[in-house]
Design a protein around this ligand. Structure first.
Ligand code: AMP
Length: 193
């Protein structure tokens, strides 16, 4: 019985030891909520991010109030960005974010851009570009979303966003977005998390 438990624990321990030897990477996580007390949902998610194995919260933006994308018959969103230092791989981090979403009652009802208790996205993972079946980094929506670009800029105004060509500055992306009339309303709130 004891031997079986040790064997069952081995892969998990091996994983933890492997990740301890990885260099820490800065990752920027986008948070959004428009259901069941969104400010509380964001605070709870930040606390869960801080509790993740091999992760440390380095900084967090103010809260932003933004109009919903897609269906308009839903409440406005509260958004923010958190900067993490992590030794998890990007895929391990994605899995950890999905676990947090699930623990906060996120329902996946198939409605694209529908209402949600909590949405957690990997916006940037160091300066890496990732294009796999379940993970695209930088997040594909990053450059079109004021509620992502403004809080990112608040945290790291000099941040560069990797692209297949040359890296783009946040400032350039924000200037581009401001020239489009499709940009959604987004304003910082006085209260913080
Ligand atoms: P969402 O509806 O925003 O929660 O997105 C759901 C899907 O997006 C998940 O199944 C993820 O596998 C996928 N996905 C792709 N790239 C990312 C990313 N950078 N961050 C979070 N989810 C992502």
């Amino acid at each position: 019985m004891v031997a079986a438990n040790v064997a069952a624990d081995r892969p998990r321990n091996a994983k933890a030891i492997n990740s301890m030897h990885r260099d820490a990477v800065d990752a920027w996580i986008g948070l959004g909520s428009n259901l069941e007390n969104p400010k509380r949902q964001l605070a709870q998610a930040v606390s869960a991010l801080g509790g993740l194995n091999q992760c440390r919260v380095l900084d967090r933006s103010r809260l932003y109030l933004s109009s919903p994308m897609g269906p308009q018959d839903q409440p406005d969103f509260i958004n923010a960005v958190v900067k993490l230092s992590t030794r998890l791989t990007a895929h391990e981090l994605l899995q950890a974010l999905q676990d947090i979403e699930q623990s906060q009652g996120r329902q996946r009802n198939g409605q694209h851009w529908g209402p949600r208790t909590i949405d957690l996205d990997i916006l940037l993972y160091g300066d890496q570009m990732i294009d796999s079946e379940d993970l695209t980094v930088p997040h594909p929506g990053l450059s079109h979303r004021a509620f992502v670009l403004y809080p990112l800029w608040e945290l790291d105004a000099d941040l560069l966003v990797p692209t297949a060509d040359k890296p783009l500055s946040l400032q350039a992306l924000i200037t581009d977005l401001q020239q489009q009339d499709t940009q959604l309303h987004c304003q910082p709130l006085e209260e913080s998390m």
